[in-house]
Ligand binder design. Structure first.
Ligand SMILES: NC(=O)c1ccc[n+]([C@@H]2O[C@H](COP(=O)([O-])OP(=O)(O)OC[C@H]3O[C@@H](n4cnc5c(N)ncnc54)[C@H](OP(=O)(O)O)[C@@H]3O)[C@@H](O)[C@H]2O)c1
Length: 336
């Protein structure tokens, strides 16, 4: 099937609308009576949009929800507690563009001996024009991909996410789940350029979506490689279930940096046609709660449809190169 174009803001919006009308078979939402009491779920970027929708949904099921956010503290936590009627919701501050902040966040989870049953890496950014983080790395590369690699490396090493590969106790019968919020834009991305990995690039409004797609290709390639590395054996049940998804078009704050001329068009289109964060969180809920997703790894979903991620993202050579280049980069920054 031809890949749909997401190469500019307009085609991305149109593609989002078409996605919602697809007739491909879907998985069923998880019934409300499935409970998560005694389970701890981390959600990044949980103060806004989809992340807040996910946090409310998991809290309604009774989970202990840790909202990892850089803003909205404490209001967003209060909102999630009130909407879910679950007091067991907390917020921890983290800036996912800042290595020191991420290290402090990981230290806190380790020192408190938190054990995660599910970690949902949702936070993402779409700057309107090119920007770098304080370490000089392209911002979307840093937040949408690199932060996940760095934080996960720590959580796996520290046993916050139990696993066998990093020498921690695995939970053979009840594997933890790692879920990445990616995007279908990864399909129409330019190829990863390993020679200029993470380096600043110049883009404006028109081609920002191209680099957004590239950051999601980095992420989706990482998801596939992580799934392979954490589950090297051919056991019936994975050691860690690693999944990714595109939530489809969400009426969130994602377009907050859109140019003033585009906002009057985008806002009503998003409000009318895009899914609410509450509805868009249903596939993430499925990945956290379904028995099936706790028996598999490497599953990619587009909304409620299971499908393969792009060929480039599934290529083990790409995955392996991405891994070694990322380690190299993090070593250069004294982070690993
Ligand atoms: N909206 C869509 O149509 C759509 C489609 C496909 C995929 N997605 C993906 O869905 C995910 C959620 O996005 P959304 O649509 O819900 O947008 P959103 O409302 O803008 O939420 C993005 C979240 O990411 C957080 N974030 C950004 N940079 C961060 C940083 N440096 N440190 C910590 N947190 C940071 C934001 O925190 P602040 O509020 O502090 O900035 C916010 O909580 C993203 O990964 C996005 O790529 C969205």
């Amino acid at each position: 099937m031809a890949e749909r174009s997401h190469s500019n803001p307009l085609s991305a919006v149109l593609s989002g609308l078409l996605d919602q009308r697809s007739q491909e078979p879907k998985v069923e939402p998880i019934p409300d009576d499935v409970r998560l009491e005694g389970r701890t779920c981390l959600v990044t970027g949980a103060n806004s949009g989809l992340g807040k929708g996910i946090a409310i949904r998991l809290a309604k099921r009774g989970a202990h929800v840790i909202m990892a956010c850089r803003s909205g503290i404490p209001e967003a936590g209060e909102e999630v507690r009130a909407a879910s009627e679950n007091p067991n919701v907390e917020m921890i501050r983290v800036d996912l563009s800042d290595f020191d902040s991420m290290a402090a966040f990981c230290d806190e989870l380790r020192d408190r001996q938190v054990t995660l049953d599910a970690a949902v890496f949702n936070a993402g950014v779409v700057p309107v024009t090119s920007r770098t983080n304080k370490h000089g790395l392209e911002l979307m590369f840093a937040v949408n991909f690199l932060a996940k690699f760095m934080v996960l490396d720590r959580l796996l090493r520290d046993g916050v996410i139990p696993n066998a590969v990093y020498g921690n106790n695995s939970r053979a019968e009840d594997p933890p789940r790692v879920i990445f919020v990616s995007s279908e834009t990864h399909r129409s991305s330019i190829p990863i350029d390993f020679d200029s990995f993470g380096q600043p690039v110049e883009y404006g409004v028109a081609d920002g979506v191209k680099y957004y797609g590239l950051s999601k290709l980095h992420l989706t390639t990482f998801f596939q490689e992580l799934s392979r590395r954490l589950n090297p054996g051919a056991g019936a049940i994975p050691d860690v279930c690693v999944h990714a998804l595109c939530p489809g078009a969400v009426n969130s704050n994602m377009a907050r940096e859109a140019p003033t001329w585009l906002k009057p068009i985008l806002k009503p289109v998003m409000a009318l046609f895009f899914q609410s964060p509450e509805k868009a969180s249903i596939p993430v809920d499925y990945m956290v709660c379904s028995d099936d997703m706790g028996r598999k790894t490497g599953v990619y979903m587009h909304m409620m449809r299971v499908k393969e991620s792009s060929e480039a993202s599934m290529d083990p050579d790409n995955g392996s190169l991405l891994w070694s280049k990322t380690e190299e980069l993090l070593h250069e920054h004294d982070v690993l």
